[in-house]
Ligand binder design. Structure first.
Ligand SMILES: Nc1ncnc2c1ncn2[C@@H]1O[C@H](COP(=O)(O)OP(=O)(O)OP(=O)(O)O)[C@@H](O)[C@H]1O
Length: 252
């Protein structure tokens, strides 16, 4: 498996005339977790959604700048966004399984992308659930509704669903903020596991979580990146006063 990273260059996002992200340049390495932190409204989710062109779906939202994967700028009109979103998966704040069985939640994507063979789909479902640490809990009820799972299980199912289409990069927007502490720690363990294979970018409000799961951290403020460094440096020796004020809880 080839390991792929992502580079944003001078990425700006406007809602109408209002800037939400201002010329952000960040490099996300393969096999690393990068956390995006910062106070509410500073543009973290907007930036994250731009990375797999989800903002295309929002009327009045304009994204300029470059997003490079290998030698391709995917923020260009010629990009096939459906296959792009196969390569860059997204896990949302609230688990959003389809109103279908556990099996069908996982098999849907691969089938959509052309895999019809039942044995191959069975294998993908099993492997994806195993990678998402959900196989043992679900292997005897794959045909049950996904909605009967707990919130934490549903979120792991959504992660399994994104893995099933073999992405290179997984974007996560506060994936544990709607979950209890036990489910949260399971998601954090899963993130640590998944980073062996994927480039992961995660938005989180939880400073301890950023410190626990990420290798690098970008601190956003009013649409700009104030500081980007190894997570350890951000939390123990920030270079900017604003970063220090934020991580010590003086604002945000
Ligand atoms: N769909 C939208 N239409 C118009 N403005 C929006 C939209 N989504 C976000 N914004 C604005 O863009 C700015 C950045 O919002 P965004 O949600 O990206 O911030 P955030 O840092 O992720 O915040 P939070 O931590 O509260 O989720 C805010 O001023 C917000 O009001």
């Amino acid at each position: 498996m080839e390991h792929i990273g992502l580079t944003a260059k001078d990425l700006s996002v406007h809602y109408g005339d209002r800037p939400a992200v201002k010329k952000v340049s960040l490099d996300f390495a393969a096999k690393q977790v990068t956390a995006l932190i910062g106070p509410s409204g500073c543009g973290k989710s907007t930036f994250l959604r731009s990375l797999n062109r989800m903002n295309d779906l929002i009327p009045n939202c304009k994204v300029t700048g470059e997003i490079w994967i290998r030698d391709k700028n995917i923020n260009s009109p010629s990009t096939d966004v459906v296959s792009l979103r196969q390569k860059i998966g997204m896990v949302w704040q609230r688990p959003n399984p389809f109103h279908k069985s556990i099996y069908e939640n996982i098999a849907f994507g691969p089938r959509y992308h052309g895999i019809k063979n039942k044995k191959a789909l069975d294998e993908i479902v099993e492997q994806s659930l195993k990678k998402a640490a959900l196989w043992e809990e679900t292997k005897d009820r794959l045909n049950n509704s996904a909605l009967a799972l707990s919130g934490g299980q549903q979120q792991r199912l959504c992660i399994a669903r994104s893995i099933a289409v073999k992405p290179d990069i997984i974007l996560m927007d506060e994936p544990a903020s709607a979950l209890d502490p036990v489910s949260t720690s399971k998601i954090e363990e899963l993130i640590a596991d998944l980073k062996r294979d994927y480039c992961i970018v995660i938005v989180t409000h939880n400073m301890q979580q950023a410190a626990r799961v990420s290798d690098k951290t970008a601190f956003f403020l009013t649409g700009e990146v104030m500081e980007y460094d190894l997570t350890q440096n951000i939390f123990t020796n920030p270079q900017r006063q604003e970063t220090s004020d934020y991580i010590t809880g003086r604002f945000g």
